[in-house]
Ligand binder design. Structure first.
Ligand code: PEP
Ligand code: CO
Length: 404
């Protein structure tokens, strides 16, 4: 039984616009006329993904909620418009597939590959402006909003970029769909749900079922900074049939997590909701047990996914951000320990990684940071990503099947 403590009755019914009166965190200051033009065009353009695909992914995620499938969600922190080339897309698709294949081979658990790809162009930021040479500039918010170059004109939010992002998502997905399945597997794509006008403009109604779906990705997730249970992002996604993710950081309370489950999966359907915890190696043992206990007690069949990246970011004196693989392995290990002790199923691993030859994350020693090309957070290279994958496979072999 689902504990529906949230007073759903007092809410007005969901509509494609019911998010509008709610607080919308992390939105750029668009020019209203430019935004209106872009949104009008987006609304006329075709869906990038189809309802049948969305339901297939939901079935696989339902299996992940039961511990029968493991999900590898991986890709760039922020995709770059410049990386929409045959070579880059192919190599990224192959890496994501390789990670899923590797965990499957090493653990014996079937795995699916869910890319952070084909639309991961918008970023939440901790401050709206940054100081560059003593001058305050709007922050870079991803290529779907502005450009990273530190000039006022590059940083101006440009709504025409929403259309460019749509077309680049379409091109990326088109190429991924043509890759041989032994290289790229069936392709599932995901991105953060952040820019609400874009998400609204790509909502579509499925004539067969009359249900609404987000047609610009299979799997949208809500970030740590926008998961306000009363906010606009939660409202918008509560009405679509796509499987959803929610990021959960160390300051969350177990009550908040249960409220999010109640709002986003009121019927308690396995496969609908994935909780992506990103707690940090120092907090996972302290914070996760109460969350798992509360969600289990409320009867919510979530997919538990570990994001060992975002709670383990460190800033060097130079201002550069990095992450230590040792910390990420420690969080992953703690996550397996906590879930197993609670009798919950480990459902997936969430990584930021690139096939490129970079040294953005380090094994142990922050002085190993080298070639650094990310548009946002530091990514694992292929070898480091495989190290995390091997950690997950080991966890699945040792502790992945709780005794009922
Ligand atoms: C991300 O996944 O790139 C991100 C910003 O994560 P979070 O919302 O967990 O901070
Ligand atoms: Co990131």
């Amino acid at each position: 039984m689902i504990n529906s403590r949230t007073a759903t009755a007092r809410r007005t019914p969901w509509t494609p616009d019911s998010w509008r009166p709610r607080v919308a965190h992390q939105q750029p200051a668009w020019d209203p006329a430019e935004l209106e033009r872009a949104v009008a065009e987006l609304q006329r353009l075709p869906a990038l993904v189809q309802p049948g695909e969305i339901w297939s992914l939901r079935r696989l995620l339902a299996a992940a909620a039961h511990g029968d499938v493991f999900v590898v969600q991986a890709g760039d922190c922020a995709e770059s418009f410049e990386d929409v080339t045959t070579e880059h897309i192919t190599r990224r698709g192959e890496l994501i597939a390789r990670l899923a294949r590797s965990v499957e081979q090493r653990s014996g658990r079937p795995a699916i590959a869910l890319g952070r790809i084909a639309g991961q162009y918008a970023k939440p930021r901790s401050a709206p402006t940054e100081l560059v040479n003593g001058r305050a500039l709007p922050v870079f918010r991803g290529h779907m909003v502005n450009d990273a170059a530190p000039t006022p004109s590059a940083r101006r939010p440009d709504a025409a970029r929403l259309l460019q992002g749509y077309y680049r998502s379409a091109t990326t997905l088109n190429l991924l769909r043509t890759l041989p399945t032994h290289l790229a597997r069936p392709v599932w794509v995901s991105r953060e749900c952040l820019l609400l006008p874009y998400d609204r403009a790509t909502l579509r109604n499925d004539p067969a079922s009359e249900e609404w779906y987000l047609s610009s990705t299979h799997f949208p997730w809500i970030g740590e900074r926008t998961r306000d249970v009363e906010g606009a992002h939660v409202e918008l996604l509560s009405g679509v049939v796509n499987p959803l993710g929610v990021k959960v950081g160390p300051t969350v309370t177990p009550e908040e997590v249960v409220e999010l489950c109640d709002r986003l999966n009121p019927h308690g359907t396995p496969g609908r909701l994935t909780l992506i915890t990103r707690l940090g190696s120092g907090a996972v043992h302290r914070v996760l047990p109460d969350i798992v206990a509360a969600v289990s007690a409320a009867g919510h069949p979530v997919v538990w996914m570990c994001d060992p990246m975002h709670g383990n970011t460190i800033q060097l004196p130079s201002g550069i951000k990095t992450r230590r693989v040792a910390d990420m392995l420690a969080e992953l290990d703690g996550w397996f320990d906590v879930l197993t002790a609670a009798g919950a199923h480990p459902g997936g691993l969430h990584l930021e990684c690139t096939p490129d030859d970079v040294q953005e994350c380090v094994d142990e020693d922050p002085s190993e940071v080298g070639t650094y090309r990310t548009l946002c957070d530091p990514r694992l290279d292929a070898g480091q990503a495989l190290t995390l994958i091997h950690g997950a496979a080991q966890g699945l072999r040792r502790r992945g099947r709780p005794v009922p």
